[in-house]
Design a protein around this ligand. Sequence first.
Ligand SMILES: [Zn+2]
Ligand SMILES: [Zn+2]
Ligand SMILES: [Zn+2]
Length: 459
Amino acid sequence: MNQAARKLSLDRVFVQDGTSFGVVRHKRQINLSYLQSVDAMIIQADTEMEAMGVIREIRQLAKADDYLKPLFVHPLLAKNSKLVGETDGVADPDLLVEAAIKAKEIYRQLNKLPAQPGSHQHPDGELLGKLSQFLFTRQQSLEPVPDRFAKLHYRFPFLTHFFEENGEQKSLSVLRLGEKQGWFNKKTIDKLHLCPDCESAHHNLRATCPKCRSVDIKEEDLVHHFPCAHIAPISDFERERQDGLHCPKCDKTLRHIGNDYDKPSAIFNCHDCHHTFQQAEYRSLCIECHAEVPIEKLKETDICQYELTAKGQAAVQNGAQVNPSLLALKPGLSEPGVFEFDVFKVLVRQEMLRQKGQEHPTAMVGQVKIDGLLLQEYSTEMQERLSSEVCNIIKSYLKPADVVSSKGVKMYYFMLSETEQRAAANMKEVLTYNLNKLISCNLHDKHANVQVDMEPLLK
Ligand SMILES: [Zn+2]
Ligand SMILES: [Zn+2]
Ligand SMILES: [Zn+2]
């Protein structure tokens, strides 16, 4: 048993077959020297929140040996499937045989990790690296867990500790990166319909009035009285303090459905605007951000389970980096040729060098500036979407090899490697017109104005 552990912690340390287990009850007991003095930790917190806090604290540590530490829960917490699922299982301090075997398996894998792993350049890449190590050391797949507190209705074990509450949707970009990288295989297990504004899966679907969007609508049967051919909502055939139906037109009592009347269809009445209609409009109210959209506008998103491919396993063992060209693609953009601004600058410099060696340099650079946007009226998600939409519009006028980038919502840059002056002037005009149209139609932002400038890369 490690003497340091005894001194540093008031908690006990147990040893089984040479594997030491430290017991931790509170988040504040996590200090590096204690953690590093034992091979595994048993979490024995009073509440789920405290236990999750301990796990989060450890998973967020900087070094692989620390954040990949085998974690178990005390049998007192064994009924909590959320905690068991976030750890390597249950470990009883009085009966540690199985836990010791499990911890040894984890260490066998952990020892295959390179001693000096390179650092990832991008938060998504870094997280993907850590997740892959976690799956590799546990030899398990990543199973999304239904969770009513998660914004996506699902929580991804391990990944969840790197996001703020309600930030689960950001796991999706990490997982997509793993897929693009060829490190993950996926299997779709559910489909979500997410709010287009905030990517929440929490919404209320309801039938609304197609005219005023009110939910205060009522569906009524239509009644067709055969003898007089009168058709009206059933309430017109009802009289106060009288049973049965009476025709308001010919004053007869309706007797047998099918014989003297029938109900050909139903009709909706709006109690707000008194509109009558046959088809209600189904709309979704986002419980998270209160956006209200027709259900067709919801973003269909696959929820998948993931497993490391052979390539992923090899990447973990070699300390391989995420391919930077995949990271350079702006998040949420599938469009090739749209790059982060830092990467764009590198590409421009490379092109400058290439063009200098040419007799007739043809490359041009362009800039799109959107003035007068009232940004305070747009959520971060909307700004991101606007910026990717503008990038995609610009890209649609470029050749496949040309590149686009943006700096925030107001500034965009692009580079054309081969353009004639005349085509460039034409493009400037078309871009200005189309972007102004996009802004004025979609944003109703009357103060916004788009300016496009282009000039040769080499002057
Ligand atoms: Zn009648
Ligand atoms: Zn209405
Ligand atoms: Zn929303």
